[in-house]
Write a protein that binds this ligand. Structure first.
Ligand code: NAP
Length: 440
């Protein structure tokens, strides 16, 4: 439905932040037309390609997003890359407001020698691989050695360690990609090392995720009691202190666990920063330097080194945003100037692109509400072409854009071909997805 005198908003990125923004805008204003643009033919961003396959409850929000997309004022434009199929300045000319919601899809790099060796991946790549993201479907990470190292002490590191340790009968009934199941079936990995550069009390794990590692069927979580303080540091806010205490309780339980009680081990090492990836073309070990905190709380090296042998390294050390049509994340930060995500009237950032890669999926809800309030306070309809203009532009340059009904055809095929007990079988090639889209 095109509404002549409505406010026209384009949201670039159909992941959680884009959908929450669309939901908040649609709830706050009747006369509005919201177009969600994504470079993939599939909606939902990290819900589909980031959330761990064995955490289906976290994906339940997809049902709400589906309702948002089914609102006649909202339209999904999948398989459209801003900068390739339409320029950012064109989009800004067509719409009363443009909201950038493209997240932080790139891996931060360690910046140490050996990082480009075979067998070394960033979490965006590795998680994207097992979740069937088309960009990483051909990754084929080697799982042929007993040791694997996951660098970083956040929840993404835990997700990766869990997927590397779970038995196939637990992964089979999930939406993990077929190619990942097949490769994991032949995995020789037995020792998964999660390594943090600071101590257990400084780790970013949330307690539910950490506890889950202590309850796995065929992997035992191990910590070294010598690394563990008895209590959280003084001077913390009560809530933070409680959270840290709970994590420390988990680590103390891990220190008591029998390493041989299960076939695989997830070993936590603290106070170790990666110094160099070792190997000849392919990783064979990671060299770490022991660390400590100086009197000002800064992390410093102790000049003592040790190696962990491994055939796979995954860095889970955070993500960065990528440029949109030449507009770099640095430009965005400079132009927005303040944490609100407003670049100028009619041009906004939201979600991880605005505040960096932190928080839960639902954290984006508040971002969406804040954006809607701000945007609607300063934008009124200016008779711009909006959706009609975008369709015309894409059709004239031959872009095979995917609408929500077409996405539902892709999804129907995923449901139809699902492995026994699994919710869907992810289609991982864009060409295969497009082949399923009947002409409009
Ligand atoms: P994160 O929580 O920010 O953790 C990043 C980790 O990488 C930190 O331990 C950090 O250490 C470490 N690190 C950064 N640079 C490093 C370097 N050069 N060398 C060694 N270590 C380095 O990030 P994340 O795990 O990517 O998670 C992103 C967000 O998604 C978080 O908010 C997370 O909670 C959320 N998430 C949630 C779930 C869930 O709820 N189940 C699942 C996945 C992700 P320092 O602390 O020393 O900087």
């Amino acid at each position: 439905m095109s509404i002549g005198n409505s406010i026209k908003v384009a949201v670039v990125g159909a992941g959680p932040s884009g959908f929450y923004a669309a939901q908040a805008l649609a709830a706050a204003h009747t006369d509005i037309e919201i177009d969600l643009i994504d470079r993939l033919p599939t909606p939902y961003g990290l819900i589909r390609s980031g959330v761990a396959p064995d955490h289906p409850n976290t994906k339940a929000i997809q049902g709400t997003f589906e309702q948002v997309a089914s609102d006649s004022r909202v339209c999904f434009f999948g398989n459209v890359t801003v900068g390739r199929d339409i320029r950012l300045d064109e989009l800004r000319g067509m719409y009363d407001a443009v909201v950038l919601a493209s997240g932080a899809p790139l891996d931060l790099r360690l910046g140490i020698p050996g990082e480009d060796m075979d067998g070394v991946y960033g979490a965006a790549e590795f998680v994207g691989w097992y979740n069937g993201h088309p960009d990483y479907a051909d990754l084929a990470p080697p799982l042929d050695k007993s040791g694997a190292v996951v660098i970083g002490n956040g929840n993404v590191a835990i997700d990766i360690a869990r997927i590397l340790s779970k038995p196939l009968d637990e992964l089979g009934p999930t939406d993990i990609a077929d190619h990942a199941i097949e490769r994991l079936a032949g995995s020789a990995i037995r020792e998964i090392h999660i390594v943090g550069r600071r101590g257990p009390a400084d780790s970013k794990f949330t307690n539910v995720e950490l506890r889950e590692l202590g309850e796995m069927a065929n992997a035992v979580a191990i910590a070294n009691g010598d690394d563990l303080p008895d209590a959280a540091p003084e001077g913390l806010a009560p809530r933070e202190r409680r959270m840290k205490e709970k994590n420390l309780q988990c680590f103390h339980a891990f220190a008591e666990a029998d390493p041989l009680s299960k076939p695989r081990r997830i070993r936590f090492s603290f106070f170790a920063r990666p110094d160099r990836i070792l190997g000849k073309g392919r990783v064979t070990a990671v060299r770490f330097e022991g660390t400590q905190l100086d009197e000002k709380g800064h992390l410093v090296g102790r000049g003592e080194y040790f190696e962990i042998p491994c055939g796979l390294v995954v860095t889970a050390i955070g993500y960065s945003a990528e440029p949109i049509d030449g507009l770099t994340p640095e430009d965005m930060a400079r132009l927005s100037g303040d944490p609100s995500g407003r670049i100028e009237r009619g041009f906004y950032l939201v979600g991880w692109l605005k505040r960096g890669p932190s928080g839960k999926i639902a954290t984006n809800r508040a971002d969406g509400d804040e954006l809607a309030k701000r945007l609607l306070a300063e934008i009124s309809p200016a008779g711009r072409p909006g959706r009609a203009g975008l369709r015309q532009r894409l059709d004239s340059n031959g872009t095979q854009w995917v609408d929500f009904d077409q996405w539902k055809l892709i999804e129907a095929e995923e449901f139809r071909t699902a492995r026994a007990g699994a919710p869907r079988r992810k289609i991982t090639k864009v060409a295969d997805m497009l082949a399923l889209c009947r002409p409009r």
